[in-house]
Design a protein around this ligand. Structure first.
Ligand SMILES: *Cc1c(COP(=O)(O)O)cnc(C)c1O
Length: 373
């Protein structure tokens, strides 16, 4: 069994992908060009925003967004402790300081109360991450941002097409960033990313900054962060299928929910009220995580821990001197989480096999205090 099967997705649309790649080569439209323009308008339409500015990857999209918002040395940006390091490393890259916030116990996403507690006179913005495909608590976050005059960048790298109370993720903040890394819900065959925004000033800055500060006249110093034609052409094909693939992910999740909820003390993902989760990852929690992981591995079921530690506890942030008790929820989660296989092409038979193995494990370990409630 695979954890993710990118080849299965390729085979399902092979003719279209091969033709798209051939056309880019025939036209030599390798960097930017018509495929990139088509992708930017297609993706903006899909999300329902005025502007999409493509770039080289989702990490650059965060950096570019913060440069567009004028981040400066000494500025603080509130980020979740439980995320992929891109969210915080780009704050430092843009000259600011990431300030980490603990998670909500049920949802893994940034806790609005922790945001409120960590605001200082230096705070400029908040980057909620819609982790695993689950929306962060946007109503509370937007309210705090408004009251303290902070900007909001939604990190949507794991949350293509997820919704919050009927609103598409990526449309609620000042800007939002997406990754099209191959394993993401909408994945290229290499690195790719984009920033979306309803603010024309941000889009204009981002387009200039990411392309050397302008063509012909350089109105500023920028960086080189471009989407290449091959990736754009591949993404244009996949845009047609992303809704269907999202529904397939949700169907897989529903099947897992149904079977796993019967298993005592394995906690399945809780979806926020009136929200749509898109299951970039299906993450269960259990106190015997390492044993379960080993047991599944012995039965040929690969799993992943996303992520093994809260970001502030990594050596990269040792200079900030964080302690585990500053992030009790994120620390607990890091010890208990396990991502089990989920991708659109995953067969029901494979899913049922995973569930049966988890049930067997739970039975065998019944005499031991086994999981968190
Ligand atoms: C993948 C990811 C990114 C970065 O995307 P890349 O395209 O890999 O640079 C940023 N934030 C989160 C939460 C991610 O999962």
């Amino acid at each position: 069994m695979h954890f993710v099967d990118l080849h299965a997705q390729y085979l399902s649309i092979k003719d279209e992908i091969d033709a798209a790649i051939a056309s880019v080569i025939a036209e030599s439209s390798f960097v930017r060009g018509p495929h990139v323009d088509a992708f930017e308008s297609g993706f903006a339409e899909l999300i329902g925003v005025r502007n999409c500015v493509s770039c080289a990857n989702g990490t650059d999209a965060l950096y570019i967004a913060m440069k567009a918002l004028g981040l400066q040395s000494g500025d603080e940006v509130l980020v979740p402790a439980h995320t992929w390091i891109s969210t915080s490393e780009t704050v430092s890259q843009a000259g600011g300081t990431p300030v980490f916030c603990d998670s909500e116990p049920q949802y893994f996403t940034i806790d609005p109360q922790q945001i409120e507690a960590r605001i200082t006179s230096c705070t400029k913005g908040i980057i909620p991450v819609h982790l695993y495909g689950q929306p962060a608590d946007m109503e509370a976050i937007l309210e705090i941002a408004k009251r303290h005059n902070l900007w909001v960048i939604e990190d949507c790298a794991q949350a293509h097409l997820a919704t919050y109370k009927g609103r598409m993720l990526g449309t609620m903040g000042d800007a939002a960033t997406f990754s099209f890394y191959p394993g993401k819900n909408l994945g290229a065959m290499g690195d790719a990313g984009a920033l979306v925004t309803n603010r024309d000033d941000i889009a204009e800055f981002a387009a200039l900054f990411s392309r050397h500060g302008g063509k012909g006249t350089h109105v500023m110093e920028g960086i080189n962060s471009r989407l290449d034609g091959l990736q754009a052409a591949i993404l244009n094909v996949k845009l047609k299928y992303i809704r269907q693939w999202t529904e397939q992910r949700q169907a897989c999740a529903a099947r897992y929910d149904e079977q796993l909820c019967a298993i005592d003390r394995v906690v399945t993902p809780v979806v926020r009220t009136a929200c749509e989760h898109v299951y970039h990852l299906y993450v269960v929690r259990t106190h015997r995580r390492n044993e379960l992981r080993m047991f599944l591995k012995q039965h040929d079921v690969p799993t992943v821990i996303n992520y093994a530690s809260p970001v502030p506890m990594y050596p990269a942030y040792s200079a900030q001197g964080h302690t585990r008790d500053a992030f009790p929820v994120a620390v607990d989660h890091a010890d208990q989480i396990l991502s089990i296989p989920l991708y659109p092409e995953l067969s029901q038979g494979d899913q049922d096999n995973v569930c049966q193995l988890i049930a067997r494990f739970a039975e065998e370990f019944e005499h031991v205090e086994f999981a968190a409630a």
